[in-house]
Design a protein. Structure first.
Length: 219
């Protein structure tokens, strides 16, 4: 049995679908990782090279809140942060991070920009980052919708199997009609949900195509 008689037309493969994005540098890759642990240990506070810490934080695009967390941790260990040395290193690290040519890749790879670049660079960096991030976000939406469609189609397939199993030995004609009616309602609901998701997916692919087209000028 054909579960879905017609599906919405699929857009031809977008010319930028497999566009290769420039690889981000080591510093930018670090900014994509979420730090789930404490910013540093009490022992690290004791032996900290605050210039190196500042340089590392700047190179990863971390904002000033990260320094405040370091200060807080070290204060509990009765260690005073050398904020002067940290600031010097941080400024050096930002020079590595705030390279306009890297902003697009940072966004396209799902990174975050916390507005840490100097005012003279920020607008251009942000424009390129936003262009890349738009590609990432639309790709994620397409992926999410496709996964939901796949789930619904698997559910639809399973309902047909369940229906066939229950109809093998109905108690009587009334029972058979009840089973068929119940499953037909389930089939109709699932087909409607799949068609709605198909329409959303079609629009999402349009948005992805537009984002990738606009992104070319920022590479």
């Amino acid at each position: 049995m054909k579960f879905l008689s017609s599906r919405l037309p699929t857009r031809k493969q977008h010319p930028l679908r497999h566009m290769r994005l420039p690889l981000v540098g080591v510093a930018l890759l670090g900014s994509l990782l979420l730090n789930g642990c404490a910013v540093m240990s009490a022992e690290e506070c004791t032996h900290a090279d605050w210039y190196a810490l500042g340089q590392a934080d700047g190179a990863k695009g971390r904002d000033r809140q990260y320094l405040q967390e370091r200060i807080s941790v070290c204060a509990k260990a009765q260690v005073t942060a050398d904020t002067g040395r940290y600031a010097q290193g941080y400024a050096q690290g930002l020079q590595q991070y705030c390279v306009v040519e890297n902003a697009f890749s940072l966004g396209a790879n799902g990174g975050q920009y916390k507005g840490v670049c100097p005012a003279a660079i920020d607008p251009q960096f942000r424009r390129r980052f936003d262009a890349g991030r738009a590609i990432y976000d639309t790709r994620q939406e397409v992926k999410r919708l496709q996964e939901r469609i796949n789930d619904k189609e698997r559910e639809l397939t399973q309902t047909h199997k369940d229906e066939e199993r229950k109809l093998r030995d109905p108690k009587n004609a009334d029972e058979r009609r009840r089973i068929q009616r119940d499953f037909e309602q389930r089939h109709h609901r699932l087909r409607s949900e799949i068609e709605q998701l198909d329409r959303q997916l079609y629009r999402a692919r349009d948005q992805q195509y537009d984002a990738e087209r606009r992104g070319r000028q920022h590479q």
